[in-house]
Design a protein around this ligand. Sequence first.
Ligand code: B12
Ligand code: SF4
Length: 453
Amino acid sequence: MKIGFIAPALDLDREKQGERIFLLPPLTFPVLAALTPDDIEVEIIEERLQPIPYTADYDLVGLTFVTAFAPYAYSIADKFRELGIKVVMGGPHASVFPGEALQHADAVVVGEAEEIWQPLLRDFQQGRMNKIYQASGLVDLKNFPQPRLDLAPKEFAFRNSTLASKGCPFRCNFCFTSFINQYQQRFRHIDDVFRDIEAMDGNWLDRKHFVFWDDNLFGNPRYAKELLRAITPLNKRWAAAASVNIATDPETVRLLEQAGCAALFIGLESINSASLQESQKYHNHVSNYHDMVKRLHDHGIGITGAFVFGFDQDDRSVFDRTLEFAIKIDLDCMTPAILTPLPGTPFYHRIKQEGRIFDHDWSHYDYYHVVFEPKQMTAEELYSLLKNVKVGTSFCQFSLKKCQECLVAASKLYDGIRIGLDSKSNRDHLEPLAYGVKLFTTLAEIDFTVDKI
Ligand code: B12
Ligand code: SF4
């Protein structure tokens, strides 16, 4: 028996033009592959890196997708089913709307698959697969399998990622991951995380660098500190997402540096305190942002600040003010996004109840489109003002100084490599460094090509 695990990709034209470089494999399929019995063949397809092989000899296709990719994923499923191949779906969107997904799938996994994947496969092999496989609850991460990263497509620039925890104890009302994890954070055994990191191999970049895919590496300070102490001897460089409180305690920042933290992706969300209150992000305090950046910089850690626009408290001036603020506090990188009511979240329920959602096309639920009526501007204004911020933050336009600083920072990441920024012959070296900049300054996808340097 052979399973094709497929991660669909949108925006392929943009990627073909080289504007986006896809770097890192999510853990979804490496984990599912680890849960699959050895006698079943498994292939992982990332459409960003390779075309979907509709002619492959799969017995079963597994699809994962976020809300914005749902319509496209359904069209892929329809094609496989027309070929007589059964399709099973799972992931964030299918878990919230299993009925919708079932219109295009033979089976849907609702929630985490650790305890239901093998029963599902058994049922499939016996020709009696159910339509819905519902996880009985959140799984105990003490049993989290070692992800089969060896099966992730070789084309990924970096192939190493892991996670130490899932979920987040905070309750920001627009946050999908906090909602789906029932507002709790679960943790793996630190020994297991250590083992996964130690086992990472591949090319020289892979051996040295990895990313934590935790929703919030600092949800539980005690666990986080223990983890940092444990991984320090591994002498790796890594990036992670974390909440702002990671930078309030000097000891933690010291431990981060010692453990090899190169960069953090932090949800700053807004420079509007009222918007932070509106979204129940009570742990963020704008007045602390500058000190936080400085403290992390003092320890050689880069920061990507994630900002969201379109809160009820946001007026038209917030866009320019945020950009100025980001430069003033010396952020290394910034990811601007439009507030998006992802189904399931408290924000979605509120905005739906208020009758403000006007766009029900899931493909627009991608943080780039406006799907609801904002309060203090029109949807069109929100869309175009955000576009301006994107141009403003588009990596190299931030300022040449910033660009050079980032390249120097990146060169530090790659021990032993030194580049002369003025030398054309060093251009070849810039490319991997550019990957590095992108990887370690942002975990999201930022437009960036070497050609822009
Ligand atoms: C890694 C990651 C990325 C990476 C790679 C993503 C990719 N798909 O290629 C990057 C940084 C590029 C990224 C980008 C984006 N991401 Co992202 N990402 C994640 C992250 C942090 C980890 C995913 C992961 O590896 N999890 C660990 C695995 C083991 O868990 P899992 O994926 O949930 O899978 C388990 C179950 O869900 C289930 N399952 C899932 N799929 C399937 C499929 C089958 C067949 C079966 C049987 C079971 C099953 O079984 C698994 C084992 O239990 C998650 C948050 C999270 N903690 O999951 C967000 C998350 C998935 N991303 C999210 C979003 C919104 C995006 C973007 C749209 C952001 C943007 N504006 O660009 C893009 C979309 C890109 C894309 N192609 O999907 C949201 C999705 C919310 C939603 N409802 O849509 C999440 C949940 C984070 C959040 N904001 O809340 N992302
Ligand atoms: S701190 Fe981040 S991960 Fe935690 S609930 Fe808020 S947005 Fe979600």
